[in-house]
Design a protein around this ligand. Structure first.
Ligand SMILES: Nc1ncnc2c1ncn2[C@@H]1O[C@H](COP(=O)(O)OP(=O)(O)O)[C@@H](O)[C@H]1O
Ligand SMILES: [Mg+2]
Length: 384
């Protein structure tokens, strides 16, 4: 079956105005498309590089209708948009990925239920509506465990670790809205992710799995490929392809995984959009995650997600990293990205840098630290 491909100069609507939309729009421009951003913030990172911008709340039905009339296909770059809003849009123009997939990814209970039904392992978990549910869940799952809100969490916000039974009531009271989800704590050896693009015809391409290291709950470093045994990398790719297939995805999805100390992969969450752990693909791959996303939603051919280099990506977070911008620009070998955010608040992702290595020669921690100077990375693991 052949599918209609979006012709050059067509307009892609992007719901959400952040850096993921910005980099998607830049990739779309390279493919000859125009983008129109829908977001409630004026001067957003995405709107700065787009041909048109609808400035309105995600619930503004009139503005959503006008937006749909102005574009040919619609995607989103931000998961905390209104699913109802996307459903309204989907009745007017194709929304890719579909709103049903967004709904799953917006709710940790729906997400974990989907993953388990697909036969993909997660940490043990339980829905928690009342304090009595929490005590029962702790009795079943054990401690330590992580109590999370089911919706609107990001960068570790909306979650608390419960180490001792005495901490349970306080954590329950602190987190809202209910229901919450309790997850067994995974004492992981590493965190990783895999990104998959899937087209209208079901063709799917998975990028190599990467290792992700966080700092203060915010992604700090991505190592591509993850320095794991080849069998584990292949398993991660298979999990990604399976998730994309089961969801009947059209677009791009990231699956965050833990590698536990027994070498097993355990899924954590899914994000049906470009992902921070895929920014390295801009320089290290013939078609980046952003281009693959645009190709998938536009009905274009999806090339294999190949990589011509190894790469390390580091986020530029808050005023500290932003102050290093001139030094970063003066450093050969750092591919530098800034997102156009007016204010460098602490903890805010302002940009990122990627550094490339010949394929197969990703260095160890000291070599990575060296390649990223003047940026300072946390003491390499195993260092005193
Ligand atoms: N069950 C868990 N076991 C161990 N670490 C966890 C667990 N859940 C979350 N974490 C840690 O917290 C981080 C953020 O949690 P996550 O569920 O990915 O939420 P979000 O990215 O939406 O803030 C994870 O990347 C991981 O480092
Ligand atoms: Mg996460």
């Amino acid at each position: 079956m052949t599918h209609f491909a979006l012709p050059p100069n067509a307009v892609i609507g992007i719901v959400g105005g952040g850096q993921l939309g910005r980099m998607s729009a830049l990739a779309a421009a390279r493919l000859g498309y125009r983008c129109h951003v829908f977001s409630p913030e004026p001067d957003s990172p995405a709107a700065q590089v787009c041909a048109a911008h609808t400035l309105a709340d995600y619930e503004d039905r009139d503005a959503l209708r006008r937006f749909a009339a102005a574009v040919d296909v619609i995607t989103f770059e931000f998961e905390n948009v209104s699913a109802e809003g996307l459903e309204l849009l989907d009745a007017l123009k194709p929304v890719r990925p579909g709103p049903a997939i967004l709904r799953i990814s917006q709710d940790r209970i729906a997400e974990k239920s989907f993953l388990n039904a697909a036969g993909i392992a997660t940490a043990p978990w339980a829905a928690v509506q009342t304090e009595a549910d929490l005590h029962a869940a702790i009795a079943r799952i054990g401690l330590p465990a992580v109590l999370k809100t089911t919706r609107l969490g990001y960068d570790g916000k909306g979650q608390m670790m419960i180490r001792r039974a005495e901490d349970a009531a306080g954590a329950f009271a602190a987190l809202a809205p209910k229901p919450l989800i309790l997850e067994g704590f995974v004492d992981f050896a590493a965190e990783c992710s895999v990104i998959v693009a899937r087209g209208i015809d079901g063709t799917a391409s998975a990028f190599d799995a990467v290792e992700n290291r966080h700092r203060d709950h915010i992604l700090d470093l991505t190592l591509a490929p993850a320095p794991f045994a080849p069998g584990i990398l292949e398993q991660a790719r298979q999990i990604g392809l399976q998730v994309a297939g089961q969801l009947d995805l059209v677009g791009l999805i990231a699956i965050e995984l833990f590698l536990d100390k027994d070498g097993r992969l355990v899924a954590n969450e899914i994000a049906p959009r470009p992902h921070n752990s895929g920014h390295w693909t801009i320089e290290a791959c013939p078609a980046s995650q952003f281009e693959m996303h645009i190709r998938a939603i536009a009905g274009l051919a999806l090339p294999p997600a190949t990589r011509h280099a190894d790469a390390v990506m580091k986020n530029l977070v808050g005023p500290e990293d932003t102050a290093l911008w001139p030094a970063i620009l003066a450093t050969p070998g750092l591919c530098a990205h800034l997102y156009g955010k007016a204010e460098a608040r602490p903890g805010r992702k302002m940009g990122h840098v990627t550094t490339l290595f010949p394929k197969g020669s990703l260095p160890g921690d000291f070599g990575i630290a060296d390649a990223l100077r003047p940026l300072v990375i946390e003491a390499p693991r195993g260092a005193a």
